[in-house]
Write a protein that binds this ligand. Sequence first.
Ligand SMILES: Nc1ncnc2c1ncn2[C@@H]1O[C@H](COP(=O)(O)OP(=O)(O)O)[C@@H](O)[C@H]1O
Ligand SMILES: [Mg+2]
Length: 216
Amino acid sequence: MSAVTDLRVRTRSEADLRRMRASDTVRKKYGVPRHLWGHRLSHYVARDADQRNAADILLQHLREWGSRNGSARGVLLAGPHGTGKSHLACAALYELAYQSREKQLCRFVSAHDYVAAKQTILGRFDTDVSERISEYQDADLLVLDQLGGEHRTATGYAESTLYQLVSDRYNDGRPTVVTTWLGKRQLTEIHPALMNLLEREAATLVPMTGGTDARG
Ligand SMILES: Nc1ncnc2c1ncn2[C@@H]1O[C@H](COP(=O)(O)OP(=O)(O)O)[C@@H](O)[C@H]1O
Ligand SMILES: [Mg+2]
């Protein structure tokens, strides 16, 4: 390899490395797991009919979320493990946070981690955790992943905390994308207030069955 080619190859890979590092810094800030980062919704290749339907619905919502005074209506992606719910939710987040002209403030948190963070500051004040919680509450788009995975107790703390988060965000005009493996009946049993809010106005309900469209 000549010295000139060598330099060009090195320069390009250094630029790529810089871009990758910058992208990874954003990913960490947004809280998105590494394997779910960098997938674009606009380049999404669906594996089944439900994924195609869910991607189309998310693309429609994205147009709204990207505009000023857009809709606060989020999306509830519900279905068994491994059907691509988190992947799609993060592809929408990536589009809005990283690829749109007006890069929007986005956050990703699991229901478990959100409830745990809220519990942490009940016991003792912690500036970092308080700041993170405010970011989840104020983000232009929040992905609330794995609803149902939160630690629930007899006090109903987890249920009311999660309801409050989605409800306050909705009332402030901020959409939330929720993923869950719980079925509709379980969701209504465990999270009646939240499910009622989502179903009534705060989200478009989208099934992800992992196979062909179960709705026929
Ligand atoms: N359409 C797709 N294209 C590429 N990878 C996909 C697609 N759907 C799912 N995956 C991958 O399959 C795995 C499981 O998807 P995930 O979104 O984590 O499922 P769920 O959240 O429903 O449990 C992930 O690694 C994800 O990136
Ligand atoms: Mg998931």
